[in-house]
Design a protein around this ligand. Sequence first.
Ligand SMILES: Cc1cc2nc3c(=O)[nH]c(=O)nc-3n(C[C@H](O)[C@H](O)[C@H](O)COP(=O)(O)OP(=O)(O)OC[C@H]3O[C@@H](n4cnc5c(N)ncnc54)[C@H](O)[C@@H]3O)c2cc1C
Length: 442
Amino acid sequence: MSEDHQLHRVVIIGGGFGGLFAARELGNSGYDVTLLDKRNFHTFQPLLYQVASGMLTPGDVCVPHRVAMRRYKNVKTVMGAAYDIDPDTRVVTHQYGELPYDTLIVATGVKHDYFGHDDWQDHAPGLKTVEHALRMRRKIFYAFEMAEQESDPVARERWLTFVVVGAGPTGVELAGAIGELANRTMPGDFRRIDPRNARILLVEGADRILPGYPEALSREAEKMLGQLGVTVRTRTLVEDIEDGLVTMKGDQQQQSNVPTETILWAAGVRASAFAETLAKRTRTPREKGGRLRGQPDLSLQGHPEIFVIGDLADITDARGVIVPGLAPAAIQQGEYVAGLLKKRLKARAGKPFVYKDKGSMAVIGRNRAVGDLGWARVAGFWAWLLWIGVHIWSLIGNERRSRVMLQWMWKYFSHRTGDRLITGRPPSTRRLKDQESRKRAA
Ligand SMILES: Cc1cc2nc3c(=O)[nH]c(=O)nc-3n(C[C@H](O)[C@H](O)[C@H](O)COP(=O)(O)OP(=O)(O)OC[C@H]3O[C@@H](n4cnc5c(N)ncnc54)[C@H](O)[C@@H]3O)c2cc1C
């Protein structure tokens, strides 16, 4: 406990799964807690693909930090992007000011990695934030609208081709959602095109989709995707992405060019930018994907007052298990560090972190899923029901839970999806007129 002020100050950077659950666990404790995030809301990332495919709206999957922390009077929320830290004076600098701390918990997560081709992100948006999901939604539904207006069959085919890069759970869920839209939800809604003619390619460098899952589940998932019109290309790497074209190379070195207006990125992640600053300031070496190695109690070596949790941390637990980048892992780490701090208040020592594997699931289309629960493998409709239960349960707030449940039930029975909105500013009428006059004059 520091002597020059009453309460020990805990600053948590990042209000994702790790940070939010650490703050909650420290709620109404004897600590003065500040939750700093560059956004004023928490995003339930596992459901972002549903926003991208128009199944849910941003408000269904996000909750303001202030609302989530309302009950905990010792927790302040501050909106601002952290960009520097001085571990000697123990001060974090963010875009609107400084925050002194006694203990720091860093949970800033990961961002997309385009494997050295950052220029690809303009053509192939990834899915990490609600803005990304809205950008994807715009791209997907815009493509169908353009195909409907296009009279040139080659250009129409380009609009109706969707390429999803990376067949981990996010890529599989995205491809399945587009397949569901094209083949089950939208037929009948267009007059000139048949959305069932959409070509959906799921591209993966490994020899099977869902490479982290047992082989039998990968096969099941591929079969389910096939039924939704998704073509899987494994052992294939993307070589180049440019406007309207993706170039790929298979393991036999065969090259193929796929003309498409819609490329979606679900391939790689890298620790957030703040992890880089923290590593530099604390002289911590960076591990695979730029992650920071945490000690058995999740603190940084040489800095018992700084903890790293969630996706940005590289952790091997007390039993030698490498902790995966999943929401339950981030939650457990957040709760563990909070528990450790509460023990410290009572001058009790804590045990090293042990990860409890709750398994992982991927949903495919409207009513199927695959899941590896550790003790059982599940696939099909019952797996999907389990997936629904887990996700509804995990959403924050009773009102949000009931709303999403009702929406899913309605969409399940009606085969409809509500939010097919192409948002963003439409072009101004004046600019279009000016362009036309310039064309005529030329
Ligand atoms: C599309 C998608 C689907 C997923 N599906 C699943 C799934 O089905 N099951 C599962 O278990 N996991 C899933 N995951 C993974 C899961 O969401 C992550 O493991 C989890 O979010 C990690 O939590 P975190 O707290 O480490 O980081 P995050 O939840 O990413 O939170 C990081 C927070 O830090 C904030 N932040 C970043 N930089 C700064 C800064 N400089 N200053 C202030 N704030 C900052 C961000 O705004 C964000 O709020 C999915 C992830 C994605 C992207």
